[in-house]
Each structure stands twice: as structure tokens, then as C-alpha cells.
Design a protein around this ligand. Structure first.
Ligand SMILES: Cc1cc2nc3c(=O)[nH]c(=O)nc-3n(C[C@H](O)[C@H](O)[C@H](O)COP(=O)(O)OP(=O)(O)OC[C@H]3O[C@@H](n4cnc5c(N)ncnc54)[C@H](O)[C@@H]3O)c2cc1C
Length: 466
């Protein structure tokens, strides 16, 4: 059946279909490198019509389809199986349209985040989503994962930037939801179903995105906090300062020391301090100086350095972006969790203690977008006495179990994909899961869109949901 589907696709879409040895390896797995696999074929459409044709044929043949963006995902969401068709949006780029009166940008799904940022800048505006994978990740992938990044504390997640969408449904119908207004209460806001749905409900082909004004005077500051309570007080102080807080990133001591060491950089602040806060603020510099002095006088922070140039600001960000080197320098077991901001310090200490109790010498690094309650934790599996699947699973169970007990989320921004399916119940109730499955069934009754992602077993039939 699947081979028939490939033949039908080739007959209709010709050169847009790659099969066998012609399939580049970048389509085998995403940034996790998890379970690499060559799909039956890769379709690389250049128009919404081609996406629609591809979906109609795959639907008719009941052939699984895996939407693929820039393959920078960290949850295994775009990983294909050998009996599936990968639908890559990489050629769906074309020209963008910027409406300066409305402050919107219309982008094709395959545009990279970086190209979108540049298009907004060329029009004197700004697309405020930013993350380390900006050069490769695509707008469609960002929307499908509801990506977060560095500026969520001010602008919200990708969801908050999306005004309209064009989506191809599982059976090939095109859903035109290309709204470009901020206010629109005409019935259900259907686009929300597709944002963060990880390619399981529809294929995103175009989007209308909200733009922000260009940034004014911005300052990059690295502070050393005396403890986690100091971090929280500094956050409150900056939020109420009249300055606009663009980013509030926290690095625990081990992460900071490791990153400075890797870059052979003399640490801008002494490396033996408990916590480091990297902030980006827009506004008056003298006001910022006053706040830092007050925060020091109140013993929230013990030291701070303000970047004096763009180059210095980049150096400070380099410390935080050392995560890009994790795959080559560590055997990383990555966590992307969220918890109420006030308890993150205590949670990190509890996890650290439990890890060391069970696996003495276990090396871990804590960091994250703490301004938006998002903690990242990376455990270096090379530091475990035995680095095997059972140890990985035990560490995941320990961390996610504690996240569930504290009312947190097992995925703050990367999604569930393949890697976190088993732990979804720690953050989602049975009732919510039933509703999610009902939505999946309504939009994709044959279960062909990204099967096996998010849910551990395939969605059940509607009759079982009644
Ligand atoms: C160095 C680095 C830093 C990162 N930093 C961050 C960060 O700060 N914040 C953050 O949130 N993430 C971060 N990520 C993760 C990743 O960049 C994001 O999840 C990103 O949004 C994925 O986009 P992509 O185009 O690469 O999607 P892919 O990896 O190709 O796919 C991701 C998921 O979206 C689906 N999908 C892709 N395109 C479409 C489409 N057009 N229609 C429907 N479904 C689609 C896929 O099926 C898959 O389930 C980082 C990754 C790296 C490697």
C-alpha cells in the first residue's frame, strides 16, 4: 500500500518526491539524533496546492505522513519511520509580505526564523521570537512546537505572535485561517488547535505573524545572585522598573563554570558564585544602574557587569548559548520543564540531591528562561556509573515524577514528540487526554498525521470516547 502511495505521489508531484538513496540524511532524525530512519519517500512541495495533493493521496492510501521543518526539534517530533512519508516544508519559502500599518508579516512555513527576523527588520520592525536554532528552524516548525526562546518574558510564546494560519488537513482540504486582525471573535479560534500540535493535526503552510516595534536602547547585563530568593527579587524589581525586560536567563554555578571553561573565556564574573542572571533590558541606562545598585544594597546580587558594546553583549550571550555544544561535549539527557517561579530554586536543589544520592558523582547543569518559569536541566550520562537505557529511564522517571508532584509541566517549550510520551500523564489529566484524543480523531480520523507522536498509543475510536 505504501509503495503504491509513493508511485501515486511521483505521478502527481514528479521531482518534488525523493525516494531511496536520493533522500538526504538530514531527513532521518532531528536535533536529538533519536532513532534515525530513512522514510519511504520525502516530499518537498513548493506550494500549498502541492501539500494538499500530497495529503489527499497519502490519506487515500492511509499512508503515515511526518511533517518536517528545520529538524532542530528536541523531542523527536519530526523523526520518520521506515513506512512513512516525510513531508518537508524546506522549499515552501518564497517572498514574505510585511504590512507596516497593521504590524504584520505573512510568511511561508518553510522560512527560517532568522530570515523572518531579517524581513521584519528590513521594514523597520521586529519579529520578537528568538532562539539558538534561528538559522535552521522554520516558522512552521516554530508554530507546530509553539516555540519559546529568550524573549518570552516580554512578548510571550510563538502562539502569542500568530494571528492567522493556513493549514492543510489530513485529507488534503485547505483550511484558510489567514486572519490578520488582533481582534476576531467570530466563532472558535481554530488556529489555536494547530499551534503546538507537533504536526499531529495538520500541516501548516502559511502564517500571519504579529510584529513588534524595533528595539530602542538595549542593555545586556550579567548579575551574580546571592541565592535563588535574590533571583526572584531581582526579577520583580526589573519588572516594576519602568524598563522593558526582554530576557531573564538564569545559569546555576556548574553551568556557568562549564560554559566559561569551554569557551576558554575569562569569566566576566567570578565563577564560584551560586547563580548568574543574564538580562536584556530596553530603556534608560542610568535607571538600570540605579536598580542594580539598589539590588546590591539589598543583598540580592553581589556583582554585575553591563556590556559596553554589542561585541561584549554577544560574549555574555555566548555563555548562555553553550547549550549548542552539549551534543558534542556531553552525553546529554535533556529536560525542559516548567514550574511556578518561586519554587524552581528549591526544586533544582532537590533534584541535584536525589541524583547524587542515587548516582554519586552524577554531573548535571541547571539553566533556563526563569523569567517565564522554564527550567532546563541536562544530566551528563557520561558521568553515570553505568550509562544505559535503564539509567536514562530511571533519571527521567525521577525528574518527571517530581515535576508532576509540584504541579509543573514536563514540557515547557520543546513539546512531547516521541521522547516524552510516556511521561505525559505527570502533567495532563485523564480527562484532558480524552479531549485531546477526540480532537485528534476529529481532524485526522485515519490517524495518518505524525502517528506515534505525543500519545503512547494511537488515538482510540470516537465510540470509545462517548
Ligand atoms: C541549539 C538549539 C537551541 C534551541 N533553543 C530553543 C529555545 O530556546 N526554545 C524553544 O522552544 N526551542 C528551542 N530549540 C528547539 C527547536 O529549535 C524548536 O522546537 C523549533 O521550533 C523547531 O522548529 P523546526 O523547524 O526545526 O521543526 P522540526 O524539528 O522539523 O519539527 C518539530 C515538530 O514540528 C512539526 N512540524 C514542523 N514543521 C511543521 C509544519 N509546517 N506543519 C506542521 N507540523 C510541523 C514536526 O512534525 C515536529 O513534530 C532549540 C534547538 C536547538 C538545536
Amino acid at each position: 500500500m505504501s509503495e503504491d502511495c509513493v508511485s501515486a505521489l511521483q505521478a502527481s508531484l514528479g521531482a518534488a518526491v525523493l525516494s531511496g538513496d536520493a533522500i538526504p540524511e538530514r531527513h532521518y532524525s532531528d536535533a536529538t539524533g533519536h532513532a534515525p530512519c530513512r522514510p519511504l519517500a520525502v516530499i518537498r512541495p513548493i506550494s500549498t496546492e502541492q501539500v494538499s495533493t500530497a495529503m489527499r493521496l497519502c490519506h487515500a492510501h492511509r499512508c503515515p505522513v511526518i511533517p518536517q521543518g528545520g529538524m532542530t526539534g528536541l523531542a523527536g517530533g519530526a523523526v520518520p519511520t521506515s513506512n512513512s512519508i516525510a513531508l518537508s516544508l524546506e522549499r515552501l519559502t518564497g517572498a514574505t509580505e510585511v504590512d507596516t500599518a497593521a504590524g504584520t508579516l505573512t510568511a511561508w512555513a518553510g522560512m527560517t526564523l532568522e530570515a523572518t527576523q531579517h524581513a521584519a527588520e528590513s521594514a523597520g520592525l521586529r519579529y520578537p521570537v528568538d532562539l539558538g536554532a534561528r538559522g535552521s528552524c522554520q516558522i512552521g516548525g516554530n508554530i507546530a512546537t509553539n516555540a519559546g526562546g529568550h524573549a518570552v518574558v516580554r512578548h510571550g510564546m510563538t502562539r502569542d505572535q500568530v494571528l492567522g494560519l493556513e493549514v492543510v488537513l489530513a485529507d488534503g482540504r485547505v483550511l484558510n485561517l489567514m486572519n490578520s486582525m488582533i481582534k476576531n471573535n467570530a466563532g472558535y479560534d481554530l488556529k489555536q488547535h494547530f499551534i503546538g500540535s507537533e504536526g499531529t493535526l495538520g500541516v501548516i503552510t502559511r502564517a500571519v505573524l504579529r510584529l513588534a516595534p524595533a528595539l530602542g536602547d538595549t542593555h545586556t547585563v550579567l548579575c551574580a545572585a546571592v541565592d535563588y530568593a535574590g533571583v526572584v527579587k531581582l526579577l520583580r524589581r526589573l519588572r516594576g522598573s519602568g524598563l522593558s525586560l526582554e530576557a531573564f536567563e538564569v545559569m546555576w554555578q556548574d553551568f556557568y563554570a562549564m560554559s566559561c571553561n569551554w569557551s576558554a573565556m575569562a569569566p566576566p564574573l567570578d565563577a564560584g558564585l551560586p547563580l548568574y542572571v543574564l538580562c536584556e533590558l530596553e530603556g534608560d541606562e542610568s535607571r538600570l544602574q540605579g536598580i542594580l545598585e539598589l539590588s546590591m544594597a539589598e543583598r540580592e546580587i553581589s556583582d554585575a557587569v553591563v556590556a559596553g558594546s554589542k561585541a561584549q553583549a554577544r560574549q555574555l550571550w555566548k555563555i548562555r548559548e553553550a547549550t549548542a555544544e552539549f551534543p558534542s561535549r556531553l552525553a546529554p539527557i535533556n529536560f525542559d520543564i516548567s514550574l511556578p517561579i518561586g519554587i524552581i530554586g528549591e526544586f533544582a536543589a532537590a533534584i541535584c540531591e536525589s541524583l547524587n544520592e542515587r548516582w554519586p558523582g552524577c554531573r548535571s547543569a541547571f539553566f533556563g528562561h526563569i523569567g517565564d518559569s522554564n527550567l532546563h536541566l541536562t544530566v551528563d550520562a557520561n558521568s553515570l556509573p553505568v550509562n544505559d537505557a535503564a539509567a536514562h529511564h530511571a533519571i527521567e522517571s525521577l525528574v518527571y515524577g517530581l515535576v508532576g508532584k509540584r504541579g509543573g509541566s514536563i514540557s515547557a517549550e520543546h513539546g512531547i514528540g516521541l521522547l516524552k510520551r510516556e511521561f505525559l500523564r505527570h502533567s495532563v489529566t485523564d480527562e484532558s487526554l480524552t479531549v485531546m484524543r477526540a480532537i485528534k480523531h476529529a481532524l485526522d480520523p485515519r490517524g495518518i498525521l505524525n502517528p506515534g507522536k505525543i500519545f503512547t498509543s494511537e488515538p482510540i475510536a470516537m465510540s470509545a470516547l462517548a
